[in-house]
Design a protein around this ligand. Structure first.
Ligand code: ADP
Length: 391
């Protein structure tokens, strides 16, 4: 089918699991081409429902829900990693085109397998040990196989810093999880960088300009993303090269976000990868010729790749729920923030807030990156995402 035939016939049906903010932004990119997507999510209030042709209530980790939903589409796009893998395998056998495919997801769903994949394929990453449970952890500490400080990451179901804990000394072991985990040496990080790469069905690989991620030190949660970053060109080129090799080695078409640590000795370590649109690429909607979302839609339906060239410097600020609030959402002082020049708001439309829940983001465009950073800090200090309900 030629691109023109495709958009006029709309023969290819696209399903999306699940319906969070990534799904919403993906659906918006699809609708610009006149392409409709249908969504399955476990919540009636899923953000992507606003753009869905059809909405199905169902859970991404329930085998039957995934098979029943997926069977209705030619192409299934996943906006999160934790989808039931057996269901995806069944769908692939039936001929459903899944992005990312189950072979990639089975590695990435499990942080232990991910680390083993990096090790086996020569991608430098932090030193690690795998443990079965807390008892195993204690034994490995006692025999000197694991030493403090370290980072514990649960092998499955972690996201946005959940399932990640830093253990500095024996007294912190009360915080350790009693689950199969990766224990990583604590890396003294100078910078964190993300590179989003993409690969077409024909094997053409490209990337978006690296982004510097500034983290909330306490919550292991991305606070602000700066693009272009202040990191040296030499390090950026190395990171781009590694990221492109990773998507080639995983051998699939779609998007791959690669997160890196840069140490004080300028060593580049891969932290983790995500085979989907990524929070570190939301600014590509306004700051690049073609966004990560548009690129994924182009790949999914076989349109030519778009240009990922950056056209504006930008700072992205995540808008997260206040740490003391839970309930119906209230955006305190948001009117003042809307007045800020170059601030592009994306409110995801979630009806309830909870501590650190991602409720939206704002991309700030400014020719002067330092001014954009100042504006982002101003919004962070002014806007409070809370609830005005009394407990
Ligand atoms: P998630 O999947 O929840 O995003 P990550 O593995 O990316 O979890 O960890 C979240 C953050 O925790 C990282 O971005 C980094 O700031 C910190 N972190 C993770 N691993 C290490 C490590 N080995 N050493 C030091 N800090 C780490």
């Amino acid at each position: 089918m030629t691109p023109h035939e495709f958009i006029t016939s709309s023969k290819k049906k696209i399903g999306l699991i699940a319906g969070g903010q990534l799904g919403k932004m993906l659906g918006l990119a699809a609708s610009n081409f006149g392409i409709e997507v249908s969504v399955m999510d476990g919540s009636e209030n899923a953000p992507a429902r606003a753009i869905a042709k059809n909405f199905t209530l169902g859970s991404y980790n329930v085998f039957d829900d995934v098979v029943n939903f997926g069977s209705r589409y030619d192409c299934l796009i996943l906006e999160l990693e934790h989808v039931d893998i057996d269901a995806l395998r069944v769908l692939e056998e039936k001929g459903v085109d899944i992005i990312p495919p189950s072979k990639v997801l089975s590695i990435i769903q499990d942080k232990g397998k991910q680390k083993l994949f990096f090790q086996k394929n020569g991608f430098a990453s932090s030193q690690f040990k795998l443990i079965e449970n807390k008892e195993d952890l204690n034994t490995k500490i006692d025999v000197g196989e694991i030493s403090f400080p370290f980072i514990q990451k649960s092998r499955t179901h972690g996201y946005d810093g959940k399932g990640v804990v830093k253990i500095n000394a024996k007294k912190d072991l009360v915080k350790a999880f009693d689950v199969q985990s990766v224990i990583e040496e604590f890396v003294e990080i100078k910078n964190e960088l993300s590179v989003i790469t993409y690969r077409s069905r024909e094997g053409e690989v490209g990337y978006f300009e690296p982004v510097e991620m500034i983290f909330d030190a306490n919550e292991h949660l991305v606070d602000m993303l700066i693009s272009p970053s202040s990191i040296s060109d030499d390090l950026k080129q190395k990171a781009i090269h590694i990221a492109c090799s990773l998507i080639e080695t995983l051998d699939f078409y779609g998007l791959l976000a690669v997160e890196f640590f840069i140490t004080h000795d300028d060593e580049i370590l891969v932290n983790e990868v995500a085979p989907r649109p990524h929070n570190s690429g939301h600014h590509t909607i306004e700051a690049h010729l073609c966004s990560q979302f548009e690129q994924l839609i182009r790949i999914a339906v076989g349109l030519p790749l778009g240009s990922s060239e950056q056209i504006h410097a930008s700072v992205l600020l995540n808008l997260v729920g206040d740490k003391h609030s839970k309930g119906k959402v209230f955006y305190e002082n948001i009117d003042d923030c809307f007045k800020i020049k170059g601030a592009k708001f994306h409110i995801y439309g979630k009806t309830t807030t909870k501590p650190f829940r991602k409720m939206g983001h704002v991309t700030i465009l400014d020719k002067d990156i330092n001014k954009a950073i100042t504006k982002a800090k101003q919004i962070k200090q002014t806007l409070k995402i809370c609830t005005n309900e009394t407990a």
